[in-house]
Design a protein around this ligand. Sequence first.
Ligand SMILES: [Zn+2]
Length: 375
Amino acid sequence: MVNVVKKGLVLEIFPDDGMVGVLEQNMKNARFIWNQLLSKYNRLRKQFQLHGYPLNANIRNFNMMLKMLKVEFPFLRDGESTSQQQVFRDLVQAFNRFFKEGYGYPRFKSRNNPKQSFRIQKNGNNIRVTNKRIRLAKLGYVHHHTSKEYHKLLKNSKINNVTVKRENGKYYAVVNITTTVKELEKTGENIGIDLGFKKLATLSNGKEIEQLDIKKEEEMIKKYQKKLSRKKYMSENYKKTLKTYHKWVNKRNNKIKEKYHKISKKLVQNYDIISMENLNIKGMFQNKKWAPKLQRINLYKLVRMIKYKAEWYGKKFVQINRFYPSSQTCNICGYQYEDLKLEIRKWTCPSCGTKNHRDTNAAKNILKEGIKLIS
Ligand SMILES: [Zn+2]
C-alpha cells in the first residue's frame, strides 16, 4: 500500500543582506497582522457578547477583520497577500486547538522570540524551487543548500506552501509538499510506551530507552548566556558571542531532533500498534527539578513524530486517556494499588503476588488499554 502524505522539507537558506531585509519585513508584517487580528477579535468578541451574540473564531470572521485592518493600515495592501491570509488561517487553527484540544489561549507574538516566520501559499507560479535557489514571488531569489534526496523529492512532488523562518540566527525555508510513501511491512508485534524522566522511555517488552545526553550543550549554552548578559547589547562583541551561543542552541536542538527521528523510525519499523499515554500525567511537569529539562527536550515533539510516522507507514498509533491509572494497576490481575508513591520503583501485587517493575508494568497496561481502544 502507498499513502499520500504531506511532508515539510527543511532547507537552510542563505539570503544576502538585501534579502534579509525583505524577509525580516515580511516576518514583521505577519507578526503585526497576527497581533492586530488577535486584539481586534478579543475586543469585538466582548462587544458581541454584550448584545448576546457569539463571535466565532472562524475563517470568515477573520477574513472580514483582515479587510478592516487593511482600511486602518493601508500599507498592508502592498504586502504579499497569500502570507497575510495564512496568518489568519494559523490564528483560526490556534483557536481550534484552544477550543477542541486543550491548548492555551492564543498569545501575542513578540519580536524578541528567537523563532520568527511567515508562510506563503502556493498560488500558480509564485513559488519555484530549483537545485540551488528558491524563488518567492514579490520577494525574490534566495540560495539554499539541500541533499540529493530532497532534490529528487522537490522535483517530483506538488508544493503546497513555503514557510520562511528565522530560528536561533539561521534562516530556513520549510517547503511543504504532497508526496507518497510506501507502507512498512507488518511485524505482528505491538508495543506500549511509558515516557519518563529517569529513562526517556520504558517499553512494554521490558526494554528501556536512555535519557538524552545534552549536558555538554546545556553547559555551553549557559556559559554563553552569561557572557551575553555582560556585553553591551548589539555591540560587535555581543554579536560575536551571540553567534557562538546560537551555535550551541542549534547543536542541542539538532541532537534532540536526530535522536527522536531515530527512535520514532525504529518504533514504526518494529511494531504495528504503538500505544502511548497522554503526556501531562504523573506530575512529570510538576516535578520542579525536572520540569525545565522536560520542557527543553520537548517530549511532545517525539510523540508527534511517532504519530505522523505511524500514519505514513501504515501503522496504528493510539493515545490512552490521561486518567487511566497505568502505574497503579497490576498488569496481570488488574488490582489497583491506590497508594503507590512516585518514588517506589518496584512493588509486589498484594492480590496475585506479581513483582512489578513500575515503568514496565505501566507500559504493559498502556499497551493493553491501547489495544482495547482500537478494537
Ligand atoms: Zn496482580
